[in-house]
Design a binder for this molecule. Structure first.
Ligand code: FAD
Length: 484
């Protein structure tokens, strides 16, 4: 599913041309680009599915500049696509093909405004790269737990825009739960300073939650107050071959209960993922000598200094699970280097799949206890579409979120596979919904899943979403055509 670019240049109205000229003046020479070659990286997504055009990429450096840009766009009716690291992969962060939109990149708004270790908070601008924030928190002997494979390039504004999850949701919650306050520029240019750092504030509607996960359709998040946590002092990591997905569920609940709920990560990884990673990533190795069908990557943390007991607890849980036949074999990281080697198997899953060929991705969630039955039911539904389709279903089992990806058959006909795009979506999503699950647990809806949302979302909820959109963005300039 690629989109073709029209050759016809977009012809702006005199009002639009005037607004763009004033925008350039407001932003100064470092604050915008409009040369198509220079804008290219802002117009296309990593997977190349969507490739749009824009009148301009605006790069404001301050909240006031964002406000000025939105005011001009609102008056002239120019649609705005907010953009962070452009890693969300569902078409929400890039413009459509017409060329009438502007991209508003937050990349220059990358200051950590303050860190308050006593309050366990940090106040940061939307363009801060996630990994930088983890590092800044660590320097203050604190921990910012949001973690995902794109953390070296995604930005916190985009993380909030998509309500990102990642590998530590089980213990700390997703971006929504890590946010105490936000600063937002509304479509008409008004600035809402909601940068409170309170743990308790019951003064009416909690407006920040409207903007978190709204994928740039209601306003531009320019800054946020994030929750910090005590820094983990020790972390234990194991890559375990397990009997099956049922065994994974049993292991997860035992590990949570027996560790004082200190399981930080619990990832499910089928053998096909390991095979693809080993095939396409020459510096990755299988830590186990024998091949098994299913694995988990599990981590336990302690925030206590010199907590010698963690090793005993971890090995006790794994040892008992081995005796009971849940775990068949395991590799335990003895140091940080070995830990990173184990993580590479998980973090290279998406990239290896991309190199292998076409895949149709479903980022779904079901109640954690339903993961094993969902896993089997979804496989059956997918194989009804094509028995040769390869199922690459892996991910954050600890919070019920799986990347349920369907990979083209080995040596198969890519065109025929992609031709079944809608059939695969229907197969997987129908099963997800039958388990009370969500068709989008991460990444968002963007453009890719808009029709799926319209198909599956409760009509009353959709109606409320449209009402809110119309109230906050009456001219419809914020990321139109995305989400709803
Ligand atoms: P972008 O892609 O730039 O934008 C995402 C959406 O938010 C767009 O609709 C955009 O308009 C809007 N937006 C961006 N900035 C703002 C702002 N300041 N104000 C308002 N709206 C804004 N996601 C997960 O949740 N968990 C994972 O485990 C995970 N793993 C990934 C692994 C890989 C290899 C890759 C490539 C992606 C992964 N993602 C994952 C998806 C992606 O990294 C997240 O969705 C991330 O939060 C997007 O951040 P971004 O800065 O790239 O946002």
């Amino acid at each position: 599913r690629t989109t073709a670019l029209s050759d016809a240049p977009y012809v702006p109205s005199p009002e639009e041309s005037d607004a763009i000229a004033r925008m350039k003046e407001l932003l100064g020479p470092k604050g915008w680009i409009d040369n198509p070659a220079d804008m290219e990286g802002n117009l296309i997504e990593d997977r190349g599915i969507y490739h749009g055009r824009a009148q301009l990429v605006a790069k404001p450096a301050t909240t006031e500049e964002v406000s000025g840009v939105l005011k001009l766009c609102n008056e002239a009716g120019i649609p705005v696509v907010p953009q962070g690291g452009n890693t969300s992969l569902c078409g929400g962060s890039v413009p459509f093909e017409e060329g009438n939109e502007i991209v508003l990149s937050l990349s220059r708004m990358n200051k950590v405004r303050s860190i308050d270790p006593l309050n366990f908070t940090m106040t940061v601008e939307a363009g801060c790269v996630l990994q930088t924030l983890q590092e800044e928190a660590a320097k203050a002997d604190r921990y910012f737990p949001l973690s995902l494979a794109a953390e070296g390039s995604c930005m916190i504004g985009g993380n909030l825009g998509t309500n990102a999850g990642g590998t530590n949701v089980l213990r700390y919650g997703n971006a929504r739960e890590l946010t105490l306050g936000i600063e937002v520029v509304l479509p008409d240019g008004r600035i809402w300073n909601g940068l409170g750092s309170l743990r308790k504030d019951n003064t009416g509607y909690d407006l920040k939650h409207l903007f978190i996960g709204s994928e740039g359709t209601l306003g531009v998040i320019t800054a946020t107050v994030l929750k910090l946590f005590p820094k983990p002092r020790d972390i234990r990591t194991a890559f375990c071959a397990i009997r099956d997905v049922d065994a994974a569920l049993e292991l997860l609940q035992r590990a949570r209960a027996e560790s004082g709920d200190s399981v930080e990560t619990f990832e499910l990884i089928p053998r096909l993922v390991i095979d693809l990673v080993l095939k396409h990533m020459p510096d990755c190795e299988d830590p186990l000598e024998t091949r098994y069908d299913m694995y988990t990557l599990i981590e336990l943390v302690t925030t206590r200094d010199n907590d010698d007991g963690i090793e005993e607890r971890f090995e006790g849980i794994l040892g008992q699970a081995m005796e009971d036949g849940l775990i068949l074999d395991a590799a335990l990281a003895q140091n940080e280097h070995q830990r990173q080697e184990l993580w590479k198997l998980r973090e290279n899953a998406s990239e290896s799949q991309k190199i292998e060929g076409a895949s149709i991705k479903h980022d779904v969630s079901v109640p954690v206890a339903s993961v094993p039955t969902f896993y089997a039911a979804a496989a059956e539904a997918v194989h009804k579409v094509d028995p040769e389709a390869r199922i690459v279903a892996f991910g954050h089992m600890g919070d019920g979120n799986l990347h349920y990806n369907v990979q083209e058959p080995e040596g198969g006909d890519t065109k025929a596979f992609v031709g079944n795009w809608d059939a695969y979506n229907r197969a997987v999503h129908d099963v997800v919904v039958s388990f009370g699950g969500s068709i989008s647990a991460e990444h968002g809806i963007g453009r890719l899943k808009r029709e799926e949302l319209a198909h599956y979302k409760d009509p009353v909820a959709l109606d409320l979403m449209r009402t809110l959109k119309a109230a906050i963005d009456p001219k419809g300039i914020m990321n139109p055509g995305k989400v709803i």
